[in-house]
Design a protein. Structure first.
Length: 286
């Protein structure tokens, strides 16, 4: 009955695995709800902030505000990659890393010097294994990123852009649409993109004056771009993990059905063999 015992051990192992994946699915579902609430709360502020910047933007202001300068011939660019600290989230981390590698090759193909900044253990492990130099790494961003996390990540990049050490900063992250859809994309953090069509400010009463507002607002705008990306990335991670764990749980259930049939066949064969041996023994005694 060795075959039946082996199948029974396999069934026990798959049952234990299904319990784990089911628990992880429930945990991810709970975290996803909180993460989507944070996304919904962050987006209106980000949209309003972007609208104000568009309203106050003017090309001549770039002479007074370094964050608005538009380098004609960029020489050095930074890539900021946001990944997760944990796996078991399907292709979530792999897609982000793939997008970052594609962007690295594209920028280097244009002759730009590049520097890589990675947030999350998964991205750090990959590029460390590939021996790709990383300017900075961070693994201390949790499931509830805050504005202070965004400032710690982008503050030094913003300062390097102001001093001219960097000509562009690109952010690679997931754009959260729903629990089932979070495509990977690249957004330009710096230079601040010029609006396609400036919004007139004649209908606004500005206090203090527009230039003063811009001086205070531009650093916050850059920081908020990273904060929004962190929040969306967290929601996308939990959505991907929930989907992956649900698929694993469903697959374990299907495997248990197959193993149960295999066990029944093995047990039936064992019983048939034992009956045959008994009958054979009885015939021999006669």
């Amino acid at each position: 009955m060795a075959g039946a015992r082996d199948v029974k051990r396999r069934i026990k192992s798959v049952e234990n695995t299904r319990k784990i994946t089911r628990t992880m699915e429930l945990v991810a579902t709970s975290k996803l709800k909180r993460a989507t609430d944070r996304v919904a709360a962050a987006r209106p502020y980000a949209d309003a902030l972007a609208e104000i910047v568009r309203s106050l933007y003017a090309p001549e202001l770039a002479e007074h505000y370094p964050l608005l300068r538009q380098p004609e011939r960029p020489g050095r660019a930074a890539i900021l990659l946001l990944t997760a600290n944990r796996g078991l989230a399907g292709a979530f981390n792999a897609n982000l890393i793939k997008e970052a590698r594609r962007l690295l090759e594209h920028l280097r193909g244009r002759g730009l010097e590049t520097e890589l900044h990675v947030v999350g253990k998964k991205g750090i492990s990959f590029f460390r294994f590939r021996r790709e130099p990383m300017e900075t790494t961070r693994t201390d961003v949790g499931d509830s990123p805050g504005v202070e996390d965004a400032e710690a990540i982008v503050g030094h990049l913003r300062q390097k852009f102001v001093t001219g050490s960097l000509d562009a900063v690109y952010l690679v992250s997931a754009h959260f649409r729903s629990a089932m859809s979070a495509p990977t994309g690249v957004r330009t953090i710096l230079p601040i993109p010029a609006p396609e069509k400036a919004t007139p400010t004649d209908n606004f009463i500005l206090s203090p004056a527009g230039p003063v507002i811009l001086e205070r607002l531009l650093p916050k705008y850059v920081r908020n771009q990273v904060f929004t990306a962190l929040v969306e990335n967290t929601a996308a991670e939990q959505g991907a993990r929930r989907t992956a764990m649900k698929n694993a749980t469903d697959n374990a259930g299907e495997m248990l059905e197959i193993l149960a049939r295999s066990y029944n066949r093995a047990r039936q064969a064992q019983i048939t063999q034992e009956i045959a041996e008994i009958v054979g023994g009885a015939s021999a005694l006669e």
